[in-house]
Design a protein around this ligand. Structure first.
Ligand SMILES: [Zn+2]
Length: 328
């Protein structure tokens, strides 16, 4: 009897294991291909350009990662609807997938793959519901931005989504996960984990970044695909630059001695692009330089749809450095 039970359990394990690993093994390429085909299909159905849908979906993916009240998406689409919004606020069935009932209860859920169901569990239904909402405002960039504003009621959401959409439109692909270390590996540099240290100048602030010590005019580089969101002087950071990537993460470069010529706010950058040069600017009025040894202050900030907070860039820096070393 006991032996039978063990055999049964082993059998179950053999049946269950390949399924578990099959889901986890879906390669990044497969996921990108599946997403892209959904975006393109919805573009055909609603006239909303695919890169806008990709931009919204990337923004929502970042929100899921930054918030603990939203679970990870089960499918390949990340746009989030609560069961209540989807089914209708007064619908007693929070798992409703009957389009007629959903519409009767004022839910938003629609049937995007024409299988007769409007299911929160089906990527095509979720994406179609959002695309169809946007299409009510029109199909050009301004109308889409208006629709996004009505949906999110937050300027920064529209800025971030517009940046994502511009990047996807420019490169024509979703496969934009490459990274680079912020200074070229063949230069002399050193850094250690200093995030959260206390620091002296300008009152009690914690150190929101990692300092990468390097010589004057060592190139500072974009670490991911992104859009230049900020450029200019600040009494703490000196000449500084901020880049928003496709995960909504904001990358902050401080104390630059100068910027890469021609680089402006709004420009799209790729990993490895030079954005400026290491210096020691800051801690005073514009142009102040040399109050401390030259270094690149590198900060990373996450956005949850309401606010932003600093997190430790050290593990990312380590992994990008290793990634670049291994590809050499
Ligand atoms: Zn610093």
């Amino acid at each position: 009897m006991k032996k039978q039970l063990i055999i049964m359990l082993l059998l179950l394990l053999f049946i269950a294991l390949p399924h578990a690993s099959a889901a986890a093994d879906k390669s990044a390429e497969d996921i990108y291909a599946e997403r892209m085909s959904l975006y393109k299909k919805m573009e055909t159905m609603t006239q909303i350009p695919w890169y806008w849908l990709a931009g919204v979906d990337a923004y929502e993916k970042g929100l899921r990662r930054a918030r603990n009240d939203r679970e990870e998406a089960k499918g390949v689409i990340n746009i989030y609807y609560s069961p209540k919004e989807w089914s209708g606020p007064l619908n007693p069935n929070m798992e409703e997938d009957n389009p007629t009932a959903i519409s009767m209860f004022d839910g938003v859920g629609l049937d995007g793959n024409e299988n007769g169901k409007a299911s929160l569990k089906e990527d095509a239904d979720v994406l179609y519901t959002f695309a169809n909402y946007l299409a009510e405002y029109g199909f050009d960039d301004n109308n889409i931005q208006l629709g996004l504003w009505e949906y999110y009621k937050r300027d920064q959401a529209i800025n971030i989504i517009t940046g994502h959409a511009r990047i996807y439109r420019k490169y024509g692909t979703l496969d934009l996960d490459d990274h680079a270390f912020p200074v070229p590996l063949n230069y002399n540099y050193s850094y250690r984990s200093t995030w959260g240290d206390t620091r002296g100048w300008g009152g009690r602030r914690i150190h929101e970044g990692t300092d990468i010590f390097a010589g004057y005019r060592t190139p500072a580089r974009a670490t991911s695909y992104g859009v230049v969101e900020l450029k200019g002087w600040n009494k703490y950071g000196g000449w500084r630059l901020g880049i928003r990537d496709l995960t909504n993460t904001y990358h902050y470069y401080g104390h630059l001695t100068s910027y890469e010529e021609g680089l402006e706010k709004g420009d799209i950058v790729a990993p490895g692009d030079t954005i400026g040069y290491v210096g020691s600017t800051g801690y005073g009025k514009p142009g102040t330089e040399g109050k401390f040894p030259p270094h690149l202050h590198y900060g990373m900030y996450r956005d949850n749809g309401y606010s932003e907070w600093s997190f430790d860039p050290y593990p990312s820096l380590k992994s990008w450095e290793k990634g670049e070393r291994n590809s050499e």
